[in-house]
Design a protein around this ligand. Structure first.
Ligand SMILES: Cc1cc2nc3c(=O)[nH]c(=O)nc-3n(C[C@H](O)[C@H](O)[C@H](O)COP(=O)(O)OP(=O)(O)OC[C@H]3O[C@@H](n4cnc5c(N)ncnc54)[C@H](O)[C@@H]3O)c2cc1C
Ligand SMILES: NC(=O)c1ccc[n+]([C@@H]2O[C@H](COP(=O)([O-])OP(=O)(O)OC[C@H]3O[C@@H](n4cnc5c(N)ncnc54)[C@H](O)[C@@H]3O)[C@@H](O)[C@H]2O)c1
Length: 499
């Protein structure tokens, strides 16, 4: 039987980061993946396909140019499902190629097949040809991810009533679509199809959506969606979904309303893919959504030597955080030092328009009783916004009145998912409102919105009080250019020596 230092089950973001990290530490690593190609949900049905589809939809529809040329502007009049798929296949091929190359370079072994436990340190891998192989390891990492929740009452047929995996296979773009579930997946796809001129209705039993996002941003988002005729039926429950003889689908809601539509996308959450792992043989158990419980610092399960990371452990279920969890789990598993990641990570929702956030929302500031001030900038106030023809877009910064530190950054609009990292850096490096007021930003950029929002808050917060945290000006001489740069430091910090 082949023996390894680390067996990783699943080659999604958590699994691949873990495998490469352990291999870089000179450990013998095996990745078991049941899929035809490596990459996981992230590459084949989740992050990368949905973002590629979004990019294609925005490009072909001319969405980004409509601020100049009007709402009726189109780059391609008739956009087909084939148009969307073509770019998707090229992107996915590149992703898989890079990943396979990474595995090969780092001598990570890869076995294709379905893994299940025989004991706490031994797994059986069932290959496609029916052969069963046994493998053993000092540590095992479960990075098996999730699959769409598919309740029995939903008449899925893979064509007109579909889940988010099947969406990537559709043959024809629907003229109308009902999206059940206003979570991240539902909202991203609903807004992408709306940008393609599909008439979209979103239904969710909850009265609010995307509750982890700052309310002011959601209000702006909701306004924009309604403004382009998307129907948001929140706080309403779907009672029945039926196929009609003419190929359409009827959706009955608890209010008595009936919607006839071309397609229904069911996006009401996901289930941990743990049912075929024979968890009992390792002394493990999952919750009712198939998820595993771990120690949040080490990612070890209740069974020593067995770790879990990525979507299978639940919130936040992002490719970005899954990668970090996988890396930390692998380091712990092989006995290397592993530092906990910073508490605040960015969240990007690739809807149309984009939303991105990091840190505390205004609602959380109130709940925690932290006195605060907000600074707001609209993209239309920036010169880059004028150049790009942006009517919408907003950046909101939240500062503590006591420490003047940035505690939250919330963005809606073009490039939000990229722009958020400036705020993330300032926030995690414990920067204050002064950072935005005193630093120069490239011009013309959307990042200039940080300066505008910083000044907006600063004008209301007033000058930094003299005394405990007053500003001193120090001279830093740049030895390379022989120029002298004036900068400010707070007296709380030790003055760095002038070079
Ligand atoms: C539509 C959609 C859009 C998304 N968009 C984003 C986004 O924009 N940004 C973001 O950060 N996140 C996004 N996500 C979330 C992101 O895809 C996940 O967080 C990420 O894929 C989780 O990674 P993972 O490593 O936990 O597992 P996964 O990527 O789910 O991979 C798990 C792998 O394990 C394999 N596996 C399972 N069981 C076994 C077994 N018994 N034996 C062998 N192999 C097995 C599976 O075949 C799969 O390949 C999106 C998800 C979806 C569905
Ligand atoms: N951009 C991103 O980072 C991104 C994109 C897509 C997905 N994801 C991740 O994937 C995960 C799964 O996303 P999701 O949207 O499937 O789940 P979700 O849990 O975010 O949302 C599910 C939604 O469906 C509703 N719902 C639940 N049961 C229902 C039912 N029976 N009928 C109708 N509606 C119901 C819920 O009220 C909720 O609004 C998320 O946790 C997210 O982190 C991330």
């Amino acid at each position: 039987m082949n023996q390894y230092d680390l067996i990783v089950v699943g080659s999604g973001p958590a699994g691949r980061r873990a495998a490469i990290q352990a291999a870089k530490l000179d450990r013998k690593v095996l990745v078991i993946e049941q899929g035809r190609r490596v990459g996981g949900v992230s590459v084949h049905t989740g992050t990368i396909p949905s973002k590629t589809l979004r990019e294609t939809a925005l490009n072909l529809s001319g969405w980004r140019e409509r601020g100049f040329y009007g709402r009726s502007y189109r780059v391609k009049e008739e956009i087909s499902a084939e148009d969307l798929r073509r770019r998707l296949l090229i992107t996915l091929d590149h992703e898989v190629e890079v990943l396979e190359h990474q595995f090969a370079r780092n001598r990570v072994q890869h076995l294709r097949g379905k893994a299940s436990f025989l004991s706490t340190d031994t797994m059986e891998v069932l290959k496609d040809d029916g052969e069963a192989v046994q493998v053993k390891a000092k540590s095992i990492l479960l990075a098996v991810g999730t699959r769409p929740f598919r309740p029995d009452y939903m008449p899925f047929d893979g064509k007109t009533v579909i889940d988010s995996d099947e969406l990537l296979e559709i043959e024809k773009l629907p003229r109308s679509m009902v999206v059940i579930g206003a979570g991240v997946i539902g909202i991203e796809y609903a807004t992408i199809f709306s940008a393609l001129d599909t008439a979209v209705t979103v239904i969710d039993p909850k009265a609010t959506m995307l509750d982890f996002i700052d309310k002011e941003i959601i209000e702006d988002f909701t306004y924009q969606l309604r403004d382009r005729n998307m129907k948001l039926l929140l706080g309403q429950k779907v009672e029945k979904v039926e196929h009609l003889p003419d190929g359409k689908v009827s959706v009955t809601i608890d209010t008595g309303r009936k919607i006839i539509t071309d397609m229904v996308l069911f996006a009401a959450g996901r289930m941990g893919a743990t049912d075929s792992l024979n968890l009992a043989a390792a002394g493990l158990d999952s919750d009712n959504r198939g998820r595993l419980k771990v120690n949040p610092e080490t990612f070890e399960t209740s069974v020593p030597g067995i770790y879990a990371a990525g979507d299978v452990i639940g919130f936040p279920s992002l490719a970005s955080t899954s990668m970090e969890q996988g890396r930390i789990a692998a380091r712990v598993a092989v006995g290397a030092i592993a530092k906990e990641p910073p508490k605040y990570f960015p969240y990007g929702i690739y809807a149309v328009p984009e939303i991105s956030t990091c840190g505390l929302t205004e609602e959380e500031m109130k709940e925690r009783g932290i006195p605060y001030e907000c600074g707001i900038a609209r993209f239309r106030e920036t010169s880059r916004g004028h150049i790009m023809g942006l009517d919408h877009g907003m950046l909101k910064l939240i500062f503590s009145l006591k420490t003047r530190r940035l505690l939250g950054v919330h963005i809606i609009g073009e490039n939000a998912t990229e722009l958020v990292h400036i705020g993330q850096a300032v926030l995690n490096l414990k920067g204050t409102v002064e950072y935005f007021v005193e630093n120069t930003f490239n011009y013309p950029t959307l990042a200039e919105a940080y300066k505008i929002a910083g000044l907006d808050a600063w004008n209301r917060m007033g000058e930094l009080p003299k005394g405990d945290a007053h500003h001193e000006t120090v001279q830093l001489t740049d030895t390379n250019t022989s120029t002298t740069v004036e900068t400010s430091v707070t007296s709380e910090k030790k003055k760095t020596s002038s070079r």
